[in-house]
Design a protein around this ligand. Structure first.
Ligand code: XIL
Length: 376
């Protein structure tokens, strides 16, 4: 091994692992999640990336991963390739390379494609942050939506037109999160965004996507009420919207505040307003679950089942997406957030497949939930 640089050693090791992963994807069950969900009129899918970001699996290079996605997913979500901030370095520009590739892959493999997202306070391009003129800001915002939605018009299952527009700790009566868009354009930026998306792609389902609306705690309840009021306002103003996306990042250490009836009531409030419901970023942050892997995986699996049993009981839930497939790729593994770090220092296990793409108890819990769900 002497003389070999550390880099070449690591590369060799990575290649060995990649090679091993290439061959180890084992069919977990007779029917995959895609088929089981489709049998009940539900689209199951996952957020995937075209190219690798943190050394994670990617469609552009990992055959075993690609096979897994083909078998288990009826729908894929493109996030990194669609983020405005990440893909727009200069005024009015957008790097479509990754988005084009992932859209082509989806089409070639008969997968529905969800776009995440058009507007998000965490993905506002630097050049847009410098704008002070409201009319110019609205023009740039609308042109962005026309550019991105227009490019994939007729090929999208749905778009998260706006993401995380509500905040638990705002003093605004409408519960809207302070952002560059709100500062410059007021709440009307939401209507402008949805109208621009509908015009650019009349076929795509238009979604408002939100988090921290799942638990029986005051700040979640405030967001639920703010969401319902927002929808009522859109309806009064004939602002086009088709669905509410519930991110569903589930916290093991908040399990005691997860109340199935509270969630069921909220979902009914949404479906009574004629909107679809999408579970858009499902995973389990397993801080608070046992260190023992078997016990931890069982606890995570039970959480998936309890959550999906409530969600799937409402026929307006027609889309279920996990935020990734393999623990190895999860943002909970990569993202620099203390709340995700387990006190025992063990790597998180938030998703249906482990780092070797082996199905975990959570996978079988999801399969059961789809199998026992009422048909849409
Ligand atoms: C996360 C991605 O998974 C990370 O890779 C990225 O670095 C940051 O964003 N809510 C959302 C998603 O709406 O877009 C976020 O995704 C996770 C939380």
């Amino acid at each position: 091994m002497v003389g070999l640089s550390r880099r070449s050693v690591l590369l060799a090791a990575a290649a060995a692992v990649a090679c091993a992963r290439q061959t180890t994807y084992i069919q977990a069950a007779e029917q995959g999640l895609r088929e089981l969900a489709a049998a009940k009129g539900v689209d199951y899918g996952a957020m995937v990336t075209w190219k690798s970001w943190d050394g994670d699996n990617a469609l552009d290079r990992d055959d075993a991963f690609s096979q897994l996605v083909q078998r288990e997913c009826g729908l894929i979500v493109s996030a990194m390739e669609m983020f405005w901030g990440l893909n727009s370095q200069t005024t009015g520009a957008f790097d479509f390379s990754g988005a084009d590739d992932i859209a082509e892959w989806a089409q070639a493999h008969g997968k529905k494609l969800r776009g995440h997202n058009l507007l998000w306070h965490e993905q506002t391009p630097k050049w847009f942050r410098g704008i002070s003129d409201a009319a110019y800001a609205e023009k740039m915002l609308v042109e962005h939506i026309q550019r991105v939605c227009g490019r994939f018009a007729g090929r999208m299952h749905s778009w998260d037109v706006v993401n995380e527009v509500l905040s638990s700790d705002t003093d605004r009566p409408d519960g809207l999160r302070k952002s560059k868009y709100l500062d410059l354009l007021g709440p009307g930026y939401l209507d402008a965004a949805f109208h621009a998306a509908r015009e650019a792609d009349p076929k795509a389902l238009l979604v408002i996507n939100e988090y921290n609306v799942e638990y029986n705690v005051d700040h979640n309840e405030r967001k639920r009420q703010a969401m319902l009021a927002l929808i009522d306002g859109f309806k009064q103003r004939n602002t086009p919207i088709d669905a509410v996306g519930i991110q569903s990042h589930l916290w093991m250490d908040r399990r005691d505040t997860f109340d199935q009836q509270v969630l069921a009531d909220f979902l009914k409030e949404i479906s009574d307003r004629g909107l679809q419901i999408m579970i858009t970023e499902l995973d389990v942050i397993d801080v608070g679950a046992p260190t023992d892997i078997a016990a931890r995986d069982q606890a995570v699996a039970a959480y998936y089942k309890d959550y999906l049993d409530v969600a799937l009981a409402n026929p307006a839930v027609k889309t279920v997406v996990t935020w990734g497939l393999s623990d190895h790729d999860s943002w909970i593994t990569h993202y620099n957030m203390d709340d995700f770090r387990r006190p025992d220092g063990k790597p998180p296990r938030p998703l249906p497949f482990d780092a070797d793409l082996k199905a975990k108890p959570a996978y079988f819990a999801m399969a059961d939930a789809f199998r026992t769900a009422p048909p849409r």
